[in-house]
Design a protein around this ligand. Sequence first.
Ligand SMILES: Nc1ncnc2c1ncn2[C@@H]1O[C@H](COP(=O)(O)OP(=O)(O)OP(=O)(O)O)[C@@H](O)[C@H]1O
Ligand SMILES: [Mg+2]
Length: 497
Amino acid sequence: MQAENDKKYLLRAVDAFPHRMIVLSRDYRVLAACSHVNSTPDAAMLGRFCHEVFFRRSDPCADCAVKTVWETGRPAWSHRRDEISGAEKVSCLYAYPLLSGGEVEAVVSMELDLPPVTRVEEQLQRSNALLRNLIISALDGVIAADKRGKVIIFNDAAAEIFGYTVNEALEHLDVRNIYPDGMERAVMRQLRSDVHGGRGKLRSYQVEILHRDGRRIPINLNAAIVYEGSTEVATIGFFHDMRDTLRMKKELEKTQLQLLQAEKMASLGKLAAGVAHQLNNPLGGVVLFTKLVLEDYDLPPGVREDLGRVLNDAERCRETVKELLEFTRQTRHLMRPHDVNQAISRTLFLLMSQSLFQDITIETEFDPQLPTVHSDIQQMNHLFMNIILNAAQALSGRGRLTIRTAYVPESGCARIEIADTGPGIPPDVLPHIFEPFFTTKDEGQGTGLGLSLVYGIVENHGGRIKAFSELGQGARFVIELPLTPRADGDRAREQET
Ligand SMILES: Nc1ncnc2c1ncn2[C@@H]1O[C@H](COP(=O)(O)OP(=O)(O)OP(=O)(O)O)[C@@H](O)[C@H]1O
Ligand SMILES: [Mg+2]
């Protein structure tokens, strides 16, 4: 039994309680009220139905907590919108039994504005939906997996990178299978170490993943282990497809290399052109005066013969100088119809005098009907020069070099074939020969730029180049150049053994 004073305070506390508190009978009639409803005084509620007073209903509310208390004998709660005001306010109804001899005699019901559970749920749902949308529309592939490797998040970008549909990934994909052999363990090891962004984190880790069709795709991976407390529950990874970036980087490198090579060739060309000019004038003098002496003097036959030889050699020198001037002509990127046979002959003419070519038999089978090719002559010179030099180097100065040209009416192309009887290109080397800086030559002997430049030139002219080789059987390069540049630039590089 409470002391009188206690009771007084408790009654005052109930009075001061700033929320509706009512005591209800089994048939939902108000037995006592402290309602704070201004429109209806508490005394006027007594004996009336709760649902009628507060909700203007003729029947009890379906989800009423009071009803649950009558049914179970235990406290209960429910929540609902304020139907009288129609406002969006959500209230919570707490109810508990007043017992008498173990039986429920009446039920106390308190209506509180807090906590609006549905609102919290709604907000939770909304922020979940926002998060979902963020993940789905992220530009990088997002994949989360539980501890067993089962994929639990797989967004559209991941579907694009990996080649699985979102549903396939969620139903069947094991996250361990998205990496090539052994790579998954390496990723997890890095993730657990401190090296890339701290324990449980992986920042900007370069890795390859396996596309569904078996292709390997370069990825920049950011990943994290998801913890609950100190327990690992999942991993999440953000997969950035690096193919475009790498392609652009390669393009840039190629352009830089071409510039570098072009500069190198240009300065060599300038030097050669300077020397050629210097030689041209005195050679002109030698030819002229030899001719004058031969014409003006009555020379003994032996002397005349010797002077004839001088004249011949001087004219050959002039011819060489003329070719050299032509070869180094500073006409950059000038596309004009050019005679490919002549361009090859000019390159051969200049190279043949080199000691490297002395014991090399050169066979040419030029198609006399070969139409002209719309091309940049300087680039053509570099193209043939590089391939022929490679062949001579492979022959180590001994063997046969065959050059054939032909018109291919089906493709409308000029076909140039340059073959040597050297040692050939090993199968593991063949796929790399067009890569910049790829060389098998000793340091100082080759930069590995020659064929990458050749490839760039053929590409610029909308043509294709293929390398064929069988070990011990020499190497053969086949170039096809369209007579006029193609609009779509049909470009290809292929190697075959
Ligand atoms: N005719 C050939 N026979 C055998 N191997 C060849 C032949 N042509 C090219 N190669 C191989 O291809 C590689 C790349 O050739 P590339 O012309 O690009 O570079 P390089 O000749 O090594 O150097 P650089 O031409 O820049 O001085 C060579 O190192 C060589 O291994
Ligand atoms: Mg080379």
